[in-house]
Design a protein around this ligand. Structure first.
Ligand SMILES: [Mg+2]
Length: 386
């Protein structure tokens, strides 16, 4: 979907009028005149399905931001953090902490960052959820929002097959929010964390005139006998698998999913060194698989029939035809299933509850192959954070 907007409206932080104008344009489908097309992200966090919600605003902001999208920003950060004090010199991040007893084991770009401190390894992630983007306070209870906020960070722990152990929760509360509402959010956080033996360690609370923000940072340690599973190890010939069906999470899954922490441990223990790469699907199969392929320096073929078969019931309900269904499977956000590549048999996949959707190869990008062998290019569509 493309809209045209006025150049004069593109001023970050000039607020409401432009946002209101953009919303009206989005609602009416008219667009505004003057500037080239603005691409609306095909994927969605849940509330983006409603016409008046922020994807368009994000699209407008992205026009003025120096980074084209989140991936550019991450690439910049990766390069920036490899720079040493001496101008122009770059090194691996792991080499940058001499004399500290610490080493960066998993640098920027994976589901969690990893630090080796002495002989121990700790992993950390953070996930920030915003009212109007990731949940809707008008529809969702504070406890459900707290559970989801914790589950998103737990899902990052699942992505690396590590053990979540501590959560640090920061809340930006709207002025009208009561202490009881804040307690209800934290009850949700504590409930979800408790299911995975993860304790609340602290956080920060503040109040402002704007919508609710919930940020959950999480500390984890490796699962005994299993190193953290990274996303950059996919090998040609690996099968591409998921732990569940995809698409249509807007229908409710996004708020009620169970992070695949236990499944991740089971899969990693069963497959051992044959498990080559893993991450969670938070922004959409296509964009998340593309991130894995970029990290691994590989390409992928997805099987069209398998992509149709992996569609959730909700995705089937909201799709008009097969093409629409494929679009939902590839680009809908917030599935929170695991995406992994491994060498394994059909029997192993079945016993672990894994669904195969394609194969890693040395080709360029992602391609969808039909039963006649025809291939079409898949764009990395999904939710763009910027
Ligand atoms: Mg993730």
């Amino acid at each position: 979907m493309h809209l045209t907007i006025l150049k004069s409206t593109i001023r970050p932080n000039r607020g409401r009028n432009q946002k209101g104008r953009a919303r009206r344009a989005y609602q009416t489908g008219e667009g505004l005149q003057g500037l080239g097309p603005v691409k609306i992200p095909a994927g969605h966090p849940p509330t983006a399905f409603k016409p008046a919600t922020p994807p368009l605003i994000l699209a407008i902001m992205s026009q003025t931001h120096p980074c084209q999208d989140e991936r550019d920003f991450v690439r910049w950060l990766q390069a920036r953090c490899r720079k040493t004090a001496r101008a122009g010199e770059t090194q691996p991040q792991s080499a940058l902490m001499p004399g500290t007893g610490c080493r960066v084991e998993i640098p920027i770009g994976d589901d969690m960052g990893g630090l080796a401190i002495g002989g121990d390894q700790i992993l950390v992630t953070a996930d920030m959820l915003l009212d109007g983007i990731h949940f809707d306070l008008a529809e969702h209870s504070p406890a459900a929002i707290g559970r989801k906020a914790a589950a998103c960070s737990l899902s990052d722990c699942a992505a690396m097959a590590v053990c979540p152990r501590g959560a640090i929760v920061s809340l930006a509360l709207p002025d009208r929010f009561s202490v009881d509402d804040a307690k209800a959010i934290m009850e949700g956080v504590i409930d979800m964390c408790g299911r995975f033996d993860c304790v609340l360690m602290g956080g920060d609370t503040t109040r402002w005139k704007h919508p609710l923000v919930v940020d959950v940072a999480m500390v984890a340690c490796p699962y005994p006998g299993i190193g953290p599973v990274r996303r950059d190890g996919a090998q040609a010939g690996d099968r591409i698998l998921t732990t569940g069906r995809l698409g249509g999470s807007i229908r409710g899954h996004h708020l009620s999913f169970t992070p695949r922490v236990h499944e991740a441990h089971r899969i990693a223990a069963a497959l051992g060194e044959n498990l080559h790469a893993m991450m969670d699907i938070s922004d959409g199969l296509a964009i998340d698989l593309d991130r894995m392929l970029e990290a691994s320096g590989k390409g992928a073929i997805l099987d069209r029939d398998a992509v149709l078969a992996v569609a959730s019931d909700a995705a089937n309900e909201i799709s008009r035809n097969d093409e629409d269904l494929i679009r939902h499977v590839l680009s809908d956000g917030e599935d929170y299933e695991l995406l992994l590549t491994a060498k394994l048999t059909d029997e192993e996949a079945e016993s672990l509850g894994l669904i195969a959707v394609g194969t890693i190869d040395e080709g360029e990008g992602m391609r969808l192959r039909d039963s006649q062998g025809h291939e079409t290019k898949i764009e990395p569509v999904g939710w763009q954070h910027f």
